[in-house]
Design a protein around this ligand. Structure first.
Ligand SMILES: O=P(O)(O)OC[C@H]1O[C@H](O[C@H]2O[C@H](CO)[C@@H](O)[C@H](O)[C@H]2O)[C@H](O)[C@@H](O)[C@@H]1O
Ligand SMILES: O=c1ccn([C@@H]2O[C@H](COP(=O)(O)OP(=O)(O)O)[C@@H](O)[C@H]2O)c(=O)[nH]1
Length: 460
């Protein structure tokens, strides 16, 4: 079997102890630990004139971690990746900033990564590049002469052509995409959006099964909805029963029901509307006051980007206002935590939560939604309230689907979830769990890699 080489900005290296608050790193760790291979990415460090990557091995996986020049790293990560592409792909044109210097820094980092990766590659390696930080990587590797198979998975939404055309560098980016053999997206809507752009704007042609011809390049664009390691999550959740952490949680709730949200502190996650909906729920359904507690875990993210700093201040104010208005001397309605937790702790919290609230304004997939489902007690499962704009909504049709722009509608859904009879909860949970158990991180990985292995044969 050909060796698998994974490239991603974030690498969950065994040297890092902290909980990883990001679906991509969590998912890739699961994928690579099964099959082994090389994981190449940013070390998290910056220095002027960075040396070649540090390479080390742990179990079946080798790691190669590249330091970056500080100004390049800023332009790449905070600048073009998270200041331009992230808002664009999440349909937030009002937050998009485009600077040529960032675009150039983004390309420099991609060229640098390609130069550092090339000496580590063997001709028959399968290279799998992840996410919007590295769209030009295949083009850079091809320039250096690498002819092997290269796949790309885009973890965030792909916007419709109307939105994508706002990006000044749209044409160059899609030319870059064409240097991959296989392009994976999260949902069929994402695939439709990219293919429509290619046929209508880039004058490419589309064949059945997602085959694409663009100038002299041939590749495929296919949806591979990412999943979780369902079995491991079920095990963690079961194992948490009766343990110290669970006891502490239950004691602190003093018999009250729990609603939980777990999201990076990111404007795509719809946290202000979620808080507003919770406030509206307490205002219009006073019978629930003092009987339930909401816990929002929101680890800090991308704090160097201005919009994230502003969001943090806004949420502190909103949380303070809700607690100021509704708290009793023995009850605080909203517990708001800005630090990350390990998976085992999250599993215990999910299992004890009568309600899981996942209401992003846009999300590529949202693994938290799937983890919440996997952690439930089948006899007495909680209810998932899920944004229709999360990729996960395509599969998790047993959730109460909501429009995150409709604050009152979300509050009504919280009420419905809290008062839902156990039979309906079980039925909805079963529908969701079937999907979570069938489409796992392992089947996602196998599906993508099987198609990538055959990619060269696709056009005969
Ligand atoms: O690396 P950060 O800047 O700290 O951000 C964390 C990750 O956020 C995004 O995750 C996405 O991937 C998930 C798994 O496919 C998906 O469920 C979620 O909807 C996406 O938002 C980002 O795409 C990653 O690159 C980041 O590492
Ligand atoms: O304190 C935390 C918060 C989140 N996560 C994990 O981070 C991932 C978040 O992925 P998701 O797809 O929901 O969103 P993303 O952050 O990637 O946009 C999930 O696996 C969570 O379990 C974690 O390990 N600790």
């Amino acid at each position: 079997m050909a060796r698998l080489v994974i490239v991603s900005n974030r690498v969950a290296s065994p040297r890092e102890r902290a909980a990883k608050a990001g679906g991509l790193a969590v998912a890739l760790r699961e994928a690579l630990s099964q099959r082994g291979g090389l994981w190449f990415g940013w070390s998290g460090e910056t220095q002027v004139d960075p040396p070649p990557p540090k390479v080390f091995r742990s179990g079946r996986v080798s790691y190669a971690l590249q330091d970056l020049d500080p100004e390049d790293q800023r332009a790449h990560y905070a600048g073009y990746a998270n200041g331009t592409l992230w808002p664009l792909c999440h349909y937030r044109l009002g937050l998009l900033s485009f600077r040529r210097a960032d675009w150039e820094g983004y390309r420099r980092v991609n060229a640098h990564f390609a130069r550092s990766l090339l000496p580590l590659l063997k001709p028959d390696d399968i290279v799998w590049v992840h996410d919007y930080h590295f769209i030009p990587l295949a083009a850079e590797l091809r320039k250096l002469g690498f002819e092997g198979r290269i796949g790309y998975f885009h973890h965030i939404p792909w916007p419709t052509p109307e939105v994508f055309l706002s990006l000044p560098s749209h044409a160059a980016l899609v030319r870059d995409i064409s240097h991959y053999d296989l392009v994976g997206l999260q949902t069929e809507d994402d695939v439709r959006a990219l293919l429509t752009y290619i046929s209508s704007e880039a004058r490419g042609w589309i064949a059945p099964g997602g085959g694409v011809g663009l100038k002299d390049r041939r590749f495929r664009v296919v949806a591979y909805p990412i999943g979780i390691d369902a079995e491991a999550f079920v095990k963690d959740a079961r194992a948490s029963v009766g343990k110290d952490e669970e006891k502490r949680l239950k004691e602190s709730l003093a018999g009250r029901a729990l609603a939980v949200g777990v999201d990076r502190l990111d404007y795509s996650k719809g946290l202000p509307s979620k808080f507003a909906a919770f406030g509206d729920f307490l205002a219009r359904y006073p019978e629930h006051r003092s009987k339930m507690t909401m816990m929002q875990i929101a680890p800090l993210s991308r704090a160097e980007v201005t919009e994230y700093q502003a969001l943090r201040r806004e949420l502190e104010e909103l949380a303070g206002a809700i607690n100021g208005e509704y708290a009793e001397f023995d009850w605080v309605p909203l517990r708001y935590l800005n630090r990350p937790f390990q998976r085992a702790t999250l599993a215990a919290i999910y299992r004890n939560a009568r309600l899981g609230i996942v209401t992003p304004l846009r999300d590529g997939m949202n693994l938290v939604a799937k983890e919440y489902v996997a952690a439930q007690d089948p006899e007495n499962p909680g209810v998932l309230v899920l944004s229709r704009f999360a990729g996960a909504a395509d599969e998790l049709t047993g959730a109460l689907l909501v429009n995150p722009y409709d604050v009152e509608g979300m509050a009504d859904a919280f009420h419905r979830a809290f008062t839902m009879p156990v039979e309906e909860r079980r039925e909805r949970w079963r529908t969701n769990m079937d999907k979570v158990e069938t489409n796992t991180i392992h089947s996602w990985c196998e599906g993508f890699l099987a198609d990538l292995s055959q990619a060269a044969d696709h056009f005969g």
